[in-house]
Design a protein around this ligand. Structure first.
Ligand code: F55
Length: 833
């Protein structure tokens, strides 16, 4: 263990223990100290980057004190810990969040002003930590915030990618990807060069007998890569609890170079080895909801899982408890199937390294893990070719085969003679080549499996995992509806609304118990309150309009209805339907007389989101949106009545500007395809309404906020199968309004028609898998209702306030408490000052 200072010397330590600043004067002193000493600069040489560096170092110092205290008390108390394993943590910026969580943002604002800076200019210097694709990665970040804010002893484990999700540029209407090198200055991470783990790959397995004559497997040979820990403090809101996010970075083992090769003059090969090792944590895979079976991806998964488990087991062993107590000390949550090898790795450690019997080890393993599913899309379900595993992780493949064997024996007992059942549920898919089905392995190796919204949890139990419900019974499966952290997504993103709410709800208590929002309903008829509410929304739209002007040069009218769809671009999310709807609106306006046009409600249609670099259809959608924008935005007949905006490089920090600025946001996935959605929650929380399908969490948002306060449309998930069948086997007449839109595109109104041919033929010729045509009419009709409703501003504002008042359920705090209670069996551990 680490060395500790002997008792007689501790008084000296305590006398000098670091005290962080408490007021403006203290803050300024720390900033100047960091500028002059840490950065070795001066007041003659301090730009905004330096001021950001010094400010974040000042706050970092503050966090460290609480962080150390938290880690000490969590260790000392011996409480059960949660480990959240996620290949993605979409954290965004840390400084603003840290200032608000310790309650010193106003202090910093005044201090920075005194030193000659505007706080917004300083906050925006920070690079986003963009270690994720979309909802799944951002959910992990919200969960860390809630775990700390609720005082749960919890660690996140992930990969320290050198490059996060690519930056998106739009050039001539097309997406261009630019690498995201974000680490040039990152004050929020602490390299722990003393916390390393050697990770083995390849090699082979030798059967042998140990001293007691027991059969054992020895995994030997192959190559070794070193994992180095980087720790990131995660401050809770208004609590000293500061948890840890541990990110692993890969490095060649044996130091900078392989000395032997180096000394032999084999420089090239020694540098190549080093680079190959560092490649493992080099880049985040940019696919959302698509699995592509690349060896490097599998290496990333095992590297991260093996390092994390070694670390977790090492920590457990310090408690000197028996192995059977492992699940009472450790809960591990798998964020999707990406960390499923953790199940196999723990079994390997317990059996091969610690010498436990298979069954005893397996009981420990299954009681330790929980698995969260985030999708039912078949193309997103992870499968790995047996050959790839055989080569990279030979011992793990054997263990998987054994897990499968025992599992199938159990199934066989319960369903004798049901050969087809065995084939269906086997972890090993008997295809050519054979594949390991990671979701099945995750189910078999966990004690709980959850979906992320009610409909989604029902769907997994009745479709993709139906057989497993029959095998294990329904209690193994549960729902935990997603949530978002109100600290970042209300308090930080929308400070004026947060302040107004606080003034009506008796202070900031709603930020830690979001159900307190319900007090707002009492003020529904309060004139001044409503006026301020509307003014705040308007100011947030002005802010977004400025961003649009400065980034795209397009002027939009903040008084227009802002209609926003921002999320990863995917056919199932149906941005194509949205832009077809925009074209329909444009054509309708064009047909009108100038007098008639004057009566129309002005609209700004805003899109944003990245396409996976290899997802050609998604890139076509981006191109169509931009092409429509350049025609519509320059049409003198149309003017302010319609603007079409594609915001470049949608990310967390842009979402913080966008979410507070919507009148309506679009969550229009084909029913049954969007597991939950979480931006729907962020937009409503910020006083915008939703147009959406009966999908994911939209359904629960409707139940909570009332069906008069949401615009639902489209076919239901139970009808999707039949509709698809009818497209393929019946005659498929497409919607007449949609047909008019297609004809206009084909006329060349928005540029070379050929460019958009695939988007049209997906609907006309290829079965319209996402039901764009089936839903188009009700989509257009519902947009008409939106316009109508918006014209009555009194009614509109009432809907918005009512919806916000009823959003309490969608806090990630509620969600984390549900996980803690029904899956992890952990209790909060408040940290003593
Ligand atoms: C990333 C990589 C792979 Cl290999 C597969 C999926 C992803 C990914 O980014 N998935 C994702 O974001 N899923 C989303 O998870 C959210 C949180 O649960 C849901 O709200 C959303 O519906 C779902 O699509």
């Amino acid at each position: 263990g680490a060395a500790s200072i002997p008792e007689p010397q501790r008084a000296a330590w305590q006398k000098h223990t670091v005290k962080s600043f408490e007021d403006q004067d203290g803050f300024e002193r720390e900033v100047v100290r960091h500028v002059e000493t840490t950065l070795a600069r001066s007041l003659f040489n301090c730009d905004e980057k330096a001021a950001y560096a010094a400010t974040s170092l000042a706050f970092r110092d503050r966090l460290i004190t609480d962080w150390n205290k938290t880690q000490q008390q969590q260790t000392y108390s011996d409480a059960k810990r949660v480990y959240y394993l996620s290949l993605e943590f979409l954290m965004g910026r840390a400084l603003d969040n840290a200032m608000l969580n310790v309650g010193l943002k106003d202090t910093a604002k005044a201090g920075l002003a005194d030193l000659g800076f505007r706080i917004e200019d300083i906050i925006t210097q920070e690079n986003d930590a963009a270690l994720g694709n979309g909802g799944l990665g951002r959910l992990a970040a919200c969960f860390l915030d809630s775990l700390a804010s609720l005082n749960y002893p919890a660690w996140g484990y992930g990969l320290r990618y050198r490059y996060g999700i690519f930056k998106q540029e739009i050039i001539d209407g097309y997406q261009v990807e630019v690498p995201d090198y974000w680490l040039d200055f990152n004050p929020w991470e602490f390299p722990r060069h003393d916390v390393t783990v050697d990770i083995q790959f390849y090699g082979n397995v030798r059967k042998s007998t140990d001293a007691n004559g027991k059969n054992v497997s020895v995994w030997e040979g192959g190559e070794v890569v070193q994992a180095v820990a980087y720790d990131v403090p995660i401050p809770g809101y208004a609590t000293p609890t500061t948890n840890n996010l541990r990110l692993w970075s890969s490095k060649a083992s044996g130091g900078e170079f392989d000395f032997q090769k180096f000394n032999n003059g084999d420089y090239e090969s020694s540098v190549a080895d080093q680079q190959r090792a560092e490649t493992i944590s080099a880049v985040l895979y940019p696919n959302d909801n698509l699995e592509r079976g690349k060896e490097l991806r599998l290496k990333q998964q095992y590297f991260w899982v093996a390092a994390s488990l070694y670390d977790i087991v090492r920590r457990f062993k310090k408690s000197r408890r028996g192995w059977s107590e492992f699940p009472e000390q450790v809960a591990i949550q798998l964020n999707d199937t990406h960390p499923t090898l953790a199940i196999v790795e723990l079994q390997r450690i317990l059996v091969d390294v610690e010498g436990l019997e298979w069954d005893q080890a397996w009981t420990i393993v299954t009681n330790t893990f929980g698995y969260t599913n985030h999708t039912v899309l078949p193309e997103a379900l992870e499968k790995w070719p047996v050959g790839l595993l055989q080569n990279l992780l030979p011992r793990h493949l054997q263990i998987i085969f054994d897990i499968n064997l025992f599992f199938l024996q159990q199934v066989e007992k319960k369903f004798p003679e049901d050969r087809d059942m065995l084939r269906r549920v086997s972890i090993v898919e008997e295809s050519q080549p054979k594949m390991i089905r990671m979701a099945y392995l995750a189910i078999v190796g966990s004690h709980k499996v959850n979906g992320v919204a009610e409909l989604h949890s029902d769907l997994i139990q009745t479709t993709i995992f139906k057989d497993f419900v029959a095998i294990y019974g329904p209690d193994k499966f549960t729902n935990v509806t997603n949530g978002v952290t109100p600290r970042r997504w209300l308090h930080q993103a929308n400070p004026r609304l947060s302040e107004l709410i606080a003034s009506k709800c008796g202070g900031n208590g709603f930020l830690t118990d979001l159900t307190n929002l319900n007090k707002l309903e009492q003020f529904l008829d309060d004139k001044d309150f409503r006026k301020e509410w509307a003014e705040i929304k308007y100011a947030n739209k002005v802010r977004l309009a400025k961003h649009i002007k400065s980034t795209l040069g397009v002027t939009v009218n903040p008084a227009a209805l802002f209609d926003i769809q921002v999320k990863r671009i995917h056919e199932y999310k149906r941005q194509q339907m949205n832009i077809f709807g925009v074209i329909h609106r444009y054509l309708t306006l064009k047909k009108m007389s100038p007098e008639e046009r004057k009566k129309q409600l002005p609209r700004v249609s805003i899109f944003g989101g990245k396409a996976a670099p290899g997802y050609w259809m998604a890139k076509q959608i981006i191109h169509l949106i931009n092409s429509v924008g350049s025609v519509v935005n320059n049409d003198a007949d149309i003017g302010d009545l319609l603007k079409v905006i594609f915001l470049e490089d949608y990310n967390v920090s842009k979402a913080e500007i966008i979410c507070p600025a919507s009148d309506i946001s679009e969550h229009i996935s084909t029913a049954g395809t969007e597991a939950s959605g979480t931006s729907n929650m962020k937009f409503v929380l910020n006083g915008g309404l939703i147009i959406g399908t009966c999908d994911g969490a939209n359904i629960e948002i409707t139940r909570e906020t009332g069906e008069n306060n949401i615009f639902l449309f489209g076919n239901l998930s139970e009808d999707v199968e039949d509709l698809r069948h009818a497209h393929t086997y019946g005659s498929h007449a497409i919607d007449s309004d949609l047909d008019i839109v297609f004809q206009e595109i084909e006329k060349g109104t928005f540029g070379t028609p050929h460019d958009f041919g695939a988007l049209i033929s997906a609907v006309r010729q290829h079965g319209d898998y996402y039901l764009v045509s089936d839903d188009f009419h009700s989509y257009i009709e519902t947009h008409r209702l939106v316009d109508e409703s918006y014209r009555n501003q009194d009614e509109w504002v009432s809907k918005c306030i009512t919806a916000v008042a009823r959003m309490g359920f969608f806090s990630s705090d509620r969600c984390i408490n549900e996980y803690a209670e029904s899956i992890w069996n952990v209790e909060p551990l408040p940290i003593k000052e």
